[in-house]
Design a binder for this molecule. Sequence first.
Ligand code: SF4
Length: 293
Amino acid sequence: MQITLSQFAGFCDGVRRAFDIVDNLEDARIKKPVFVLGSLVHNKDVVRRIEEKGIKKIDKEWFMRAKEGEIGTVIITAHGVGPQIYGLAKEKNIDVIDTTCPKVIKVQRLAQAYSKRGYAIILVGDKEHKEVKSIFEWGNGRATIVSDREDLKNIHLVQSEKIIILSQTTQSQDFVDEVYKFVKGKYPAAEIADTICLATNQRQGEVKKIARENDAVIVIGSTESANSTRLYEIAKSLNKKSVFIESDEAMPECGFFKGVRKVAVTAGASTPDWIIERVVARLEGCKNSLNAV
Ligand code: SF4
């Protein structure tokens, strides 16, 4: 069995940056207690590692309710937050360690700028995702969010309105193209800004290739991770023998690989290298045991 590891598997630049900032915090300089607003990375191993540093996860509601002094420092994750959080942090005298990915900041700033210029914003993305909520807030709540085809029916704009289409950085290029085609057909003056992250594009392009060229595909990532889920959906649509696992512990039994000549491994942007290495090591074990039969 030939095992191929995707060249784009694992932490993207934005997640690596966020992880490195937090992993290298100089304890003495930080105002305590320190909290992270949501999951820094959608991965249990990483969350555990951060907790071991005494940094606990809180949600937005907890942050909003906290009284002055209850939070010394808040870490903002790579997905970003809306302007209200920065305002509240200032009001409550909370220090901010901001790990928002620069590519997410770009979409937030575009939403803010287009909203100020009076544009109606169509935001292609998962309504429940933190990044989308943050972009929505920076756009002053002026966006219509399109998460699936059904949502296209909810686009009711005036022909004379200026329209801009923005997207969550991890959206599927195919879906964004589909939305653009639909909106442009209805509102010919609509514009689009390319806000899909290159890391996402590369991964999605490559997963199509490896799903076609291999007999089985393993996608490593959390179901909470938008980009990992998307990778799995693409792989599964092209290769029925695709599996989605969070870590080596969820690996299928070696029997699953019986008759598989080529298997590819890829991983979402929130999957740390050490988990990818453990999955590949397990696969090597299966390869050896199947060869021995
Ligand atoms: S996927 Fe792209 S936009 Fe998202 S955190 Fe990674 S580098 Fe940033």
